[in-house]
Structure formats: structure tokens, C-alpha cells
Design a protein around this ligand. Structure first.
Ligand code: MOS
Length: 758
């Protein structure tokens, strides 16, 4: 269908760009209604314990205040646990806002103050008096490693380690080259520009239109219907525009529940938006502790991989991600042992954050691989090429496509890797120690269930609709490009409507699934439109298409024609007027190919090269260049694709150097819940990013040949930066983020500092 490749493959600017830069694109908190109420959350200031008493009398009497909701007056809602499970809920008990007097995590909402202005709500919220009976919190992962356990209910098949193969211990013991080390990561917090927000507009008949910041309008819709016992048609959830979401928008957040609860109770429209501080209370990648042991034989072949990963979760849910399994398939190795455990702490449930699991586990693996390459005296790129894996050994499956070798070669060439001097601390520029490091990245390329409707009208206009989300990724644009090519029209002729729970069913936008899944659904719907047109054409008198089969026709210049002879065909407008309709619409369905998945595994791959400069006196690290070479199948739009990877690299630099959630473990409270003290990379930190997409033909991974790009950009970046710092300084850094104190403490910045700790 995408035979001409006119729109698809072209670097179209995002179609929603003008709306966004002119402020016309409205986000969840930007909808208004006459008499709109505002909710402000009162957050707990202990991490675990009980509410002894809560005094709302003063707050409730303040000007403009309509009502104060607490656990003592919360309206009745669903009781059964199953009703609270959203589409991507975890094993355990989903958090229920204002359920009772128990406090499970720092910042848990204990009251919602509703007033006729935001200022009045916030003012009154500061006057709610809560007396707590705190318990002693446990929030330090490392101090609680003794409590780690294997999750009894797996979140998914992928979150469980593969069975061990060979004898990793024996191979390790006998090997001439080996390394064994521990890797630590502090929790990271999601900081999209748009805060979690919900505006509930109550219509005249009592129906609700809910504008929610989410990665899945239908997930929010189903959750609200279940929790409040609402009929599906009483409610529409919209997320037309999403101001960045990196996984935490996959599950409904408490402001959605609170806003709908208040709206139903007060029979009013209302908005509840989190503060940046509240975002820190419940949006985070878990802290982690990993042990990796690797061994190589005398020829530099990897002969043993052992990876043990542990991360934190909450008391009430078993959050799980695939941290360590990558170590069993990234490189060829016959002896592998992977173990994975979690630890309950007095924290909110962690969540998926861009490349959940892989960003953590591959960072440890790729630093460890660098350490082993150094131990064997091999160039880190050569070592990886020598140990290239052609199969997925974890699952014993073929791989649909793996142009990683091209990533290595093209990335290295662009970066100038052959000019690297192997000896640590051997590259200098004035007072700067220069280091070059690299790493491999991989992520699953999968499809999720997705539907889409496509309508083509007699004037050549095409309409695409689906409940899919565009979380800043470019979904609007690529779906438009695909439809444009299916009907041979310019992209300006295509209107894409997404982000609405009443539109065709689509899974949450996550896992880098959307482009392949919704893109395929659009193609499938377009094919069905063409089939319908052909069915009508078959019965038209004098039709040149009388005996044509669906696979023999296509649309060109507004006509349904034979592929082999464009002269033979009928105008779409003639076919439609023959049937007496002005448009034809069909539904397309896409989803994972279960039969294919029995023999094939599919991944995106990357090779990341980084240059750092470390001030020899002060230990200041600057990432001066990153080249990321990506193999992700067919690139639907090189411009939006590049943006995905650039964003991933920036977050990877944040993971390497800046992002660190700090908890005062004595009180279990987050202490840097703002963008002044929680550092993310800014423009001044970013320079010299280059993205390369290598050729990769894959006719198996998805019917449109595309793999996803949302996650792969971040994976491997932190390892490449760490490896570069080690090359620059001669000291190995295994704890993330690698902040200046760690460099100074290690003494590496001094010329007399340790040299061969690598
Ligand atoms: Mo992604 S972490 O599945 O939004």
C-alpha cells in the first residue's frame, strides 16, 4: 500500500505544530466552563502512618470554598479491587484516593479543597489541619535489600527472567578475564512540561466530558466508569494534545479520580491540576541496585553473563520492569544466569519511564561490557562486534531484522572512533581530559491492539479517526502520511482525529507501539475502503475493473485503477455517485502477529557514541558530542523520528549526569521536588547531538515495516557517557547520576589521582 512512498519517508513537519506554537492546541487544564470550580489537593507530609484527625472547619468557611473532601466524607465508590484496576494495572492493590486514614507514601492526597477560584482553593488547602501518627519509614533501597523478593505475580512474560542456560558460575570461575561489579541508580522523576491535570465539563444532561492528561483516553474512560459505576455513554475522555508523557501517563493519576468525584458530587464542572511538587510525589523510575559479572575467554569471547537486578516498589503494588533480561540476548553467550527481585518501600508505586527496565539494566550491562573489554585489552567497539548476537538466545528465536552492525560501523565512522587512543587519560585538550565511550541499545519492537477508521469522500478528502494518543511523538503526522499515500493525496487533504475515547479502540500509547500499531490500522482501514470501492466498481456498467481483484488495484490521482495500467480505472467520485454516497468509511484492525511471534523476536537497536570533556581540576563533566545510530525498520518520518531520538539522548544525559530524586530517609520524604533542585539537562548542557538512521528492511515486524522509536533513543546513552568519563579519567563510575562530588571524591581529576582503577 505504501508503494509510492511519497508522504511516508518524507521529513514532514508535525501537522499539529502550528496549533502548538500559536497556543491553539489546548491541553487538559486549558478547558473552561461557566462556573468552573477548581480543586486543590492537600498532600500528606509523612511517608507512612495514620491520620489521627483532620480539621477542615476553618478551610470550609473560607471565601469561595464550596466543599472540602476527605476520607471522612468521600462519596461512595466501587469497593472491589478489580474495579480499580486500569488496563495496565500492576499486581497488587491500586491506590484509592481518600480511601481511609492510612498513609502509604509521602505526598499522598489527604483532602481535596474545591473552590470557585484556584487561589481560593489553594489558600483554603493551606488551612486544612491534619494530625498524623507517623510510623518509621523505610525508603532506602540499599538498606532494605534483605527484604527483596521475586514478584509472585509477574506483570508480564517479559518481566520474568529467562531460564538459566549453560553454567554461568563454572564458566566465570574458569575464565582468564572477568569483571564483577555493582551498579546503583537513584530514583528519577518524570518532568514533562504539562502537569497531570483533569478538567471535567458537566453537560446539561449530566453527561461528562473529561479532558485528561493521559497516554490513553480509553484507559481513563474505563477506569472512571468502573470506579464510579457510570454507564459508558455518560462519559467521554479526551486527550487531543499531550504536553509530553514518558510512561507515567499510562495509568490514571489521582487528579482524574478527584476531579470526577467532585464533579459528580457537586454536579458542577471542575478542574484539578497537580503542582510540579505533586508530580514528584508519584511519578518516578524506581531506584535500583544491580550486580553484573561477566567473563571472557582468551580470544575475547563472552563466556559468562550473570546479572542480578533489584529495584524498589510500593507497599501496595508490585511494580515490575524488565531490567536484566537484556543481558541474556544483547551478546552471544552460552552461559547466562539472570535474576530479578523487588523491594517494598514506603513510597508511591513507581512507574514506567521511557524505556522502563532497559534504560536501567542496559546501562549496567554496557558499563560492565566496557569494563570487560578493557580487561581483555580490546577496543570496546571491537569487543561488541566480536560478540555480536544473531539470535535471541533468551527465547531461542530468530530476529526479524537487526541492522546493528550497520549502526556500529556508520556511528563509529561519523564519530571518528578509529581516532580513539585506547589508554585512559591519554586524550587531552588544554586542561580538559577528553574521553570517548560507546554503548549498545536495544528495545522490543512490538505491536499492540489498535483500530482506526478511514473515510474518503468524493472530493478526495481523507479522514482518519482513532482513540490513539499523540504524546508529542508525531502520531497525528505519521497517520496522516500513511493515509495520504494509501489514497495518493497530499497530506494536506488528510484530517486526523485522535485522542478521544469514543473513537476506534486503541491501546495506551506506550512501549513504542503506536506508530507500528495505529499506522497498520490506518493502512488496514484504507485497504478495506479500496475493497469496498472495488466491490461497487465491479457492478458498474462498462467498468474496466469488472474482473480486477483487490490486490490488483490501487488509487492514483483520484481514481481506482489497475496497478499494471493506470489508464484503466474509475474516478472515486463516479463510483460514489453510482452508489449514491458522498463518502466511504471502513474500520481497520491491527495487532500483534501471534503466529510470527512463535519463531521471531523483534527489536530496535542502537549504537551510541559519546565524547566528554572533564575539567582536570574541578571535575566538571561536559558531554560535547553524541552520535546515535539507530536501526528501527522503516522510518516513516525522518524529522519526527529524529526528534524522538534527540529527546531520548537528552534524557539519557540527564540519567548519566543530573537526575537524582533525593529522599531524606529519616522521614521518608522527597526533598528536591522542584526543578531548581532536581536537575534535568538544559540547553547549556546539550551540544553536538547527531542522529543516524541506518537502512533496515523488515517485512515481518509490522505490515508497514516500521518499528517504534519512543524508547530506543535513551537506551545506552548513560552507559556511553559513563564509559567516556572512565576513558577520560581512568576511574570507573558505576553509580548514577555521576555528579561532580563523585568525580572529586574519586580523586580522578587530579593528575596524581588513581589511574588504573578501570
Ligand atoms: Mo512508555 S515508558 O511505555 O510511555
Amino acid at each position: 500500500m505504501l508503494r509510492e512512498n511519497k508522504a511516508v519517508g518524507a521529513p514532514h513537519s508535525r501537522v499539529d505544530g502550528p496549533l502548538k506554537v500559536t497556543g491553539q492546541a489546548r491541553y487538559a487544564a486549558e478547558y473552561f466552563d461557566t462556573g468552573l470550580l477548581f480543586g486543590c489537593v492537600v498532600s500528606a507530609n509523612i511517608a507512612t502512618g495514620k491520620i489521627a484527625s483532620i480539621d477542615i472547619d476553618h478551610a470550609a468557611c473560607m471565601p469561595g470554598v464550596v466543599k472540602v473532601f476527605t476520607h471522612e466524607n468521600r462519596p461512595a465508590v466501587a469497593y472491589r479491587n478489580s474495579k480499580w484496576k486500569d488496563q495496565v494495572a500492576l499486581p497488587g492493590h491500586p491506590f484509592r484516593p481518600l480511601e481511609n486514614d492510612r498513609i502509604l507514601f509521602d505526598g499522598q492526597p489527604v483532602a481535596l479543597v474545591v473552590a470557585d477560584s484556584y487561589e481560593a482553593a489553594r489558600d483554603a488547602a493551606s488551612c486544612v489541619r491534619v494530625h498524623y501518627l507517623p510510623n518509621r519509614p523505610q525508603t532506602d533501597l540499599e538498606r532494605n535489600l534483605d527484604e527483596s523478593y521475586v514478584p509472585p505475580v509477574p506483570r508480564s512474560e517479559q518481566s520474568m527472567p529467562p531460564p538459566p542456560r549453560g553454567d554461568a558460575h563454572a564458566a566465570f570461575a574458569a575464565a582468564p578475564y572477568k569483571i564483577s561489579a555493582e551498579y546503583r541508580m537513584d530514583g528519577e522523576h518524570h518532568n514533562p512540561m504539562e502537569l497531570f491535570a483533569t478538567t471535567v465539563i458537566r453537560n446539561g444532561n449530566g453527561d461528562l466530558t473529561v479532558y485528561d492528561k493521559t497516554q490513553g483516553s480509553q484507559n481513563s474512560h474505563e477506569y472512571i466508569c468502573n470506579v464510579f459505576g457510570l454507564a459508558s455513554e455518560k462519559l467521554t475522555v479526551k486527550n487531543s494534545f499531550v504536553g509530553g508523557a514518558f510512561g507515567q501517563g499510562l495509568r490514571p493519576k489521582y487528579q482524574l479520580f478527584l476531579a470526577v468525584m467532585a464533579s459528580l458530587d457537586l454536579k458542577r464542572s471542575i478542574k484539578v491540576e497537580m503542582s510540579r511538587r505533586e508530580m514528584f510525589y508519584l511519578t518516578w523510575r524506581p531506584s535500583s541496585f544491580q550486580q553484573v559479572s561477566l567473563a571472557a575467554d582468551g580470544n575475547g569471547n563472552l563466556i559468562s553473563v550473570m546479572h542480578h537486578a533489584v529495584h524498589s516498589t510500593s507497599r501496595h503494588e508490585d511494580y515490575q520492569e524488565n531490567v536484566a533480561n537484556w543481558s541474556g540476548l544483547a551478546y552471544h553467550c552460552e552461559n547466562v544466569k539472570i535474576t530479578y527481585e523487588i523491594v517494598k518501600l514506603d513510597v508511591s508505586t513507581p512507574g514506567d519511564m521511557r524505556a522502563p527496565g532497559a534504560a536501567t539494566g542496559i546501562t549496567a550491562l554496557e558499563v560492565a561490557i566496557d569494563e570487560l573489554a578493557f580487561a581483555t585489552g580490546t577496543d570496546p567497539l571491537d569487543f561488541r562486534i566480536r560478540n555480536f548476537a544473531h539470535r535471541d538466545q533468551n527465547q531461542d528465536k530468530e530476529i526479524t531484522s537487526k541492522a546493528l552492525m550497520a549502526c556500529y560501523h556508520e556511528g563509529a565512522s561519523r564519530f571518528g572512533w578509529s581516532g580513539r587512543s585506547a589508554e585512559p587519560r591519554s586524550m587531552r585538550e588544554g586542561n580538559d581530559l577528553v574521553g570517548w565511550g560507546m554503548a549498545t541499545g536495544l528495545w522490543e519492537a512490538k505491536m499492540s491492539p489498535a483500530e482506526a477508521k478511514v473515510r474518503v469522500s468524493s472530493d478526495g478528502k481523507v479522514y482518519v479517526s482513532a482513540a490513539a494518543s499523540d504524546i508529542g511523538t508525531g502520531t497525528y503526522t505519521i497517520l496522516g502520511q500513511i493515509a495520504a499515500d494509501c489514497f495518493d493525496v497530499p497530506i494536506d487533504n488528510v484530517t486526523v482525529q485522535i485522542g478521544d475515547s469514543s473513537l476506534p479502540k486503541t491501546a495506551v500509547e506506550g512501549g513504542s507501539y503506536t506508530a507500528a500499531s495505529s499506522g497498520t490500522a490506518v493502512q488496514a482501514a484504507s485497504k478495506r475502503v479500496i475493497e469496498t470501492l472495488l466491490k461497487h466498481a465491479h457492478v458498474m456498467s462498462g467498468t474496466p475493473l469488472k474482473h480486477a481483484a483487490a490486490k490488483e488495484v490501487e488509487i492514483a490521482e483520484g481514481r481506482l485503477v489497475l496497478k499494471t495500467n493506470h489508464q484503466l480505472g474509475l474516478a472515486l467520485s463516479d463510483i460514489m455517485s453510482f452508489v449514491g454516497v458522498s463518502a466511504i468509511e471502513e474500520l481497520g484492525v491491527a495487532g500483534p502477529d501471534k503466529k510470527l511471534a512463535k519463531t521471531f523476536a523483534a527489536y530496535t537497536h542502537s549504537a551510541v557514541f559519546a565524547e566528554v570533556k572533564v575539567d582536570a581540576d574541578l571535575g566538571v563533566v561536559r558531554v560535547t558530542r553524541v552520535v546515535s545510530a539507530i536501526a528501527a525498520g522503516r522510518i516513516l518520518n525522518p524529522k519526527t523520528a529524529r526528534s524522538q531520538i534527540l529527546g531520548g539522548i537528552v534524557m539519557g544525559i540527564g540519567m548519566a549526569l543530573h537526575e537524582k530524586g533525593m529522599i531524606d530517609h529519616r522521614i521518608g520524604r522527597i526533598v528536591n521536588h522542584n526543578l531548581a533542585e532536581y536537575h534535568v539537562p538544559t540547553n547549556a548542557d546539550i551540544d553536538g547531538l547527531e542522529v543516524i538512521f541506518v537502512e533496515e528492511d523488515d517485512n515481518k515486524v509490522s505490515p508497514i515495516g516500521a518499528k517504534g522509536l519512543g524508547e530506543i533513543g535513551i537506551i545506552g546513552v548513560a552507559a556511553a557517557v559513563s564509559n567516556a568519563i572512565s576513558h577520560a579519567t581512568g576511574t570507573r563510575f558505576r553509580d548514577f547520576p555521576i555528579t561532580i562530588d563523585k568525580l572529586l571524591m574519586s580523586g580522578t581529576s587530579s593528575d596524581n589521582g588513581p589511574r588504573h582503577h578501570l
